[in-house]
Design a protein around this ligand. Structure first.
Ligand SMILES: NC(=O)c1ccc[n+]([C@@H]2O[C@H](COP(=O)([O-])OP(=O)(O)OC[C@H]3O[C@@H](n4cnc5c(N)ncnc54)[C@H](O)[C@@H]3O)[C@@H](O)[C@H]2O)c1
Length: 404
């Protein structure tokens, strides 16, 4: 990198999204300051230790140039570019975005803001956040957005577990209200992204990110609805969906036990928040998917209703197969509902710390029902290979498989 392209970049919020960006920017030759209110994270970064589980990123952290270019501290300082990647969780009661972190982070950079600065928001937010939430805060300094300082929304699309590949190779949306914001933000990402960089305005970028996850949510809801209809008709939903997908322009997703993770069950609410009248399908889909744990819990209860004081073994706590991530996990909700109803449930997951077990045969000894809630490969292989033995170990050999 030539010296005139080297910029000082302050990354506010160095979690799953901010830290990989900080590492890649440091590797590209920028002077990067990671800022986090969590002192443990600040300490870990300065020690060269990655606090997120991403092997390839640890290797980048270990590169000498990165160690020189990346420092961490607990509050912002002057810079050319400020990149904000703080959480935007859902307020679960009101079903709206919790904007406190974005507001705090924006306010925290005000004392350091000067003419010519670029502020990039990477957090997933309801549309109009840049214009209606961030711009008024930034303009408290007397600097005008679009004239003195520049604001862009560049949402992140990374899949945890493969962050290094995705942050470099995914195409990205560069959203800025004015051409100068877009030009400057694009230059920042061009220093480490190999995917295409698509320029647009900030509101389009905000909605675009939400549309991506809402598309998945609505299509999963449709698959869940098809599965319910198939069950009512007494036919196998998977077979029907498999055959329907033989149509050249049809691709029905898989039905399941509900939708989890930190994006898909949350982001659709941010669209409804700004335009409820036009979000009826989105809202209904959210309700359909949120009802799934209750439906699955009823199915399990029905399967054991003739057995006095049944003992249920549930496998799967993660929000999807073959991951250890339990955020917004429908499987955990199913077990909670069953226990709330007085059922005795032993809950295990081969991949999640605190939920691990020796073998299905051992934990199913004396059980009345084995419910596979999350089809982790290691669990389904164990079941397929040892089904006879598992059934013999159980008091009643009731085996229910969900999420295959
Ligand atoms: N994790 C993902 O895969 C992913 C993917 C796409 C988009 N997103 C979005 O990116 C944003 C960040 O998500 P994440 O997963 O990185 O969250 P995270 O919780 O892993 O990291 C956020 C960090 O911000 C810090 N923080 C909070 N307030 C702060 C402040 N005022 N100043 C400095 N630091 C502050 C927290 O201590 C934390 O370390 C969210 O809006 C999320 O929806 C996440």
């Amino acid at each position: 990198m030539t010296e005139n392209k080297r910029q000082k970049i302050v990354v506010i919020g160095t979690g799953y999204v901010g830290l990989p960006a900080a590492l890649l920017l440091a590797r590209a030759g920028h002077e990067v300051v990671g800022v986090d209110i969590n002192e443990n994270i600040v300490h870990a970064i300065n020690e060269g230790v990655l606090h997120i589980r991403e092997e390839q990123l640890q290797a980048i952290m270990n590169e000498p140039a990165v160690r020189v270019n990346l420092k961490a501290q607990s509050s912002p300082c002057e810079a050319d570019v400020f990149l904000i990647a703080v959480p935007t969780p859902l307020d679960h009661r009101k079903k709206v975005a919790e904007m406190k972190y974005v507001i705090d982070a924006t306010e925290s950079l005000l004392p350091h803001l000067r003419s010519g600065n670029l502020v990039i928001l990477e957090s997933t937010v309801p549309p109009l956040t840049c214009r209606e939430v961030m711009t008024p805060i930034l303009e408290r300094t007397g600097l005008k957005v679009g004239l003195d300082i520049y604001l862009a929304h560049c949402p992140e699309r990374i899949l945890p577990g493969d962050v290094f590949y995705e942050i470099v190779h995914n195409d990205r949306i560069i959203g800025g209200a004015d051409p100068e914001a877009r030009r400057r933000a694009k230059a920042v990402y061009a220093s480490f992204v190999e995917g295409n960089l698509y320029e647009t305005d900030d509101v389009t970028a905000e909605l675009c990110k939400l549309m991506e996850n809402t598309y998945r949510d609505v299509n999963i809801a449709l698959a869940n609805e098809f599965a319910a209809v198939a069950e009512r008709l007494g036919i196998d939903a998977q077979v029907a969906i498999g055959l329907a997908n033989k149509h050249p322009r049809v691709n029905i997703l898989s039905p399941g036990i509900g939708v989890g993770g930190h994006c898909i069950p949350i982001d659709p609410w941010f669209i409804k928040e700004v335009d409820p009248a036009n979000s009826r399908l989105i809202f209904t889909s959210r309700l359909i998917n949120d009802e799934m744990p209750g439906r699955v819990a009823s199915k399990i209860r029905r399967a054991v209703r003739a057995i006095p004081a049944p003992k249920i073994v549930a496998i799967g706590a993660a929000y999807k197969a073959n991951t250890e991530d339990v955020r917004e996990s429908p499987a955990i909700e199913i077990v909670r509902l069953l226990r709330e109803d007085g059922c005795s449930v032993d809950h295990y997951d081969p991949l999640v710390a605190g939920y691990q077990y020796p073998s299905l045969t051992e934990i199913c000894a004396g059980a009345d029902c084995l419910a596979i809630l999350v089809a982790h490969e290691v669990a389904t292989k164990d079941l397929d290979a040892n089904r006879g033995e598992i059934e013999r170990a159980m008091r009643h050999p009731i085996i229910l498989r969900f999420g295959d």
